[in-house]
Ligand binder design. Structure first.
Ligand code: C5P
Length: 235
């Protein structure tokens, strides 16, 4: 497979066309941003961790019946993926109160939720990815009712599989964001699952092992990413 011109450069990844029209190559960067791009920095080695961790997790999810865009890891930072049309929604599941949820509702970070919650944000940088509900998503044509139902079913399955898997590695999955794509009439998991897109706490000490270390200037950012990598047994 030949890597052709760059199609898109995002905050953390570049996407390239290939000589196969159904396949793209994702190239993970060390660039880090937070607060809709207002805070910028570099997390050395992040691209490698996020690439390998996403691929590792997507393969586990495939085995559990969750279709994903993963095809093949090509190098430390590059992966071949199925071409998809991204559904313009950030799909967030929360098991424990943290981040914007805690702020919005005045619920202390670390409070276990009575059951997992689901929320959608409309992917639009200019608007700061506003939170919307399923009716908004359907009304603005971001997704159909059937797609929302399938996304809901898949994302709770992802949560169930990952909560169990991370717990076995001594990590509590607090919350995470995923994105889905349309591929040949099917909804499949796309984008990434990494310390950039999940809140991961040490199950005993509740130490943060994710991008909040960068967002909140907590230090040891690189160490946290490497620790997750190590605990998942990827390297
Ligand atoms: O900030 P908030 O509490 O809404 O984030 C919830 C989860 O979604 C966190 O795990 C965060 O890392 C992830 N997220 C993301 N990309 C965004 C917004 C949130 O990966 N643009």
């Amino acid at each position: 497979m030949k890597k052709l011109e760059m199609l898109y450069e995002g905050k953390a990844k570049k996407v390239f066309k290939t000589d196969n029209e159904d396949i793209y190559i994702v190239d993970y960067k060390d660039d880090a941003t937070a607060f809709n791009g207002l805070k910028k920095g570099t997390i050395v080695g992040k691209g490698v961790v996020n690439n390998k961790m996403t691929n590792h997790i997507f393969q586990i999810l495939e085995k559990e019946g969750v279709p994903t865009h993963f095809i093949e890891e090509l190098s430390d930072r590059e992966t071949a993926v199925k071409k998809v049309e991204i559904v313009p929604l950030e799909v967030i599941v929360r098991n424990v109160a943290a981040g914007s949820f805690s702020k919005k509702l005045g619920i202390e970070e670390g409070t276990k939720l009575l059951e997992p919650t689901l929320e959608f944000s409309y992917k639009n940088d200019d608007l700061g990815d506003p939170m919307i509900n399923d009716y908004y998503a359907i009304a603005i044509g971001a997704a159909t009712r059937e797609e929302i139902e399938r996304i809901t079913e898949l994302v709770f399955k992802v949560n169930e599989v990952l909560c169990k898997y991370f717990a076995e590695c001594g990590i509590e999955l607090i919350d995470f964001k995923v994105e889905f794509g349309r591929c040949k009439g099917e909804i499949i998991l796309a984008d990434e699952i990494s310390p950039d897109t999940c809140r991961l706490w040490d199950i005993e000490t509740h130490d943060k092992l994710d991008k909040d270390r960068f967002r909140r200037d907590l230090g040891n950012v690189e160490d946290a990413y490497q620790e997750v990598f190590k605990r998942l047994g990827i390297m």
